[in-house]
Design a protein around this ligand. Sequence first.
Ligand code: NAP
Length: 301
Amino acid sequence: MTDASAGLSAAGPNVARPLPGPPAAAALLADAAARAARLESSPHLSIVRLGDDPASVSYVRGKDRKAREVGLQSTVYALPETTSQAELLALVARLNADHTVNGILVQLPLPAHVSEQAVLHAIDPRKDVDGFHPVNVGELWAGRPVLAPCTPAGIMYMLGHYSIPVAGARAVIVGRSHIVGRPLAAMLLNAHATVTIAHSRTPDLGAVTREADLLFAAVGRAHLITPEMVRPGATVVDVGINRIVGADGKGHLTGDVHPDVAAVAGALTPVPGGVGPLTIAQLLANTVTAAETQAVARSSG
Ligand code: NAP
C-alpha cells in the first residue's frame, strides 16, 4: 500500500492529547519488578518457540530480554520447526510439573502440523501468562480475571495510567479477535463501560464508531478509522500495526487510525510508540502475578 500521509497530520493542528505507551509501560514494569522483589525467588518465565519465523524470533528475543532487565528469570526453548505436536505437548507437561517455572508462553503462530488449540489447552491455567486457556477466558468473562491476555490488559493499564474514565463510558471496539477485541470487551465490561464490538460484517461502521467515548481499533487495516468516524473529544486507542510505503518510498509502521483523527479526538495513542510496549510489560506483570498466586497456594496447601 502507498500512502502519502504516513505519519503526518494533514488536517491542521494536532488537538488530541497524545497517550504514549513507554511511560505507562515503564510504570507497569516498575510495579512488576517491585512485586517480584518481595517474592522468595524471582519469577521464572519459560518461552517456547518453534521454527525460525523472523517475527516470532524477534518477539521472543524482546520478551526474554525485557524479563531479564526487570529481574525475572527467563528460559527460551527454541525448537526446530519439525517438532511434533506430541513432543511439544511433552515439553509443556514437563514445564507444568516443574515448580520452579511460574509462567509458560508458547509463541504463536505455530506451524500448521501443530494444533494451537491442543497446545494452549495443555498449559496449566495457573501458568498461562498469555491468558488464552479456556479456564482463564471463562474467568475473565465471569469478572474474576487472574491471568488475562496481555495486549488488552496492557491497554486497560494504560487507560488507568492516563486517568481516562472507563466506568459509564460508551466503548466501541473494532475487531473481535481472541487476542485483542473479545478480551478487551470483557475487561471494559468488568470496568463498567457500555460495550459494543464491531467487525467486518458491521454495516455503517462510522455510525457505530461515532457513538464512542472510547474507541479501540484492532483490525490490521491501515487508516481504516478516519476523522468523520470519530466523535469529537473521544479517546482513540490504536492497536493496529501495519507496514505501509510512505511518500518517501520507505517502509513505515502505521496504525488502523488515520493521522488526521488527531484533529478530532480528545486523546490518541500513537503508532509506533503507543500500545505496543504495554504488551510485553503486561506479560511480565502476569508472570509475577502467576508466581504470587502459586506462592500463596504453596503456603496454604
Ligand atoms: P485479527 O485476528 O486479524 O482480527 C481483525 C479483526 O478486524 C476481525 O475481527 C475482523 O472482522 C475485523 N475487521 C477486518 N476488516 C474490517 C473492516 N473493514 N471493518 C471492521 N472490522 C474489520 O487481528 P488481531 O490479531 O486482533 O490484530 C489486529 C491488529 O492489532 C493488527 O494490526 C495487529 O498487528 C495488531 N496487534 C497489535 C498488538 C500490540 O501489541 N500492539 C498486539 C496484537 C495485535 P471479522 O472477525 O469479521 O473477520
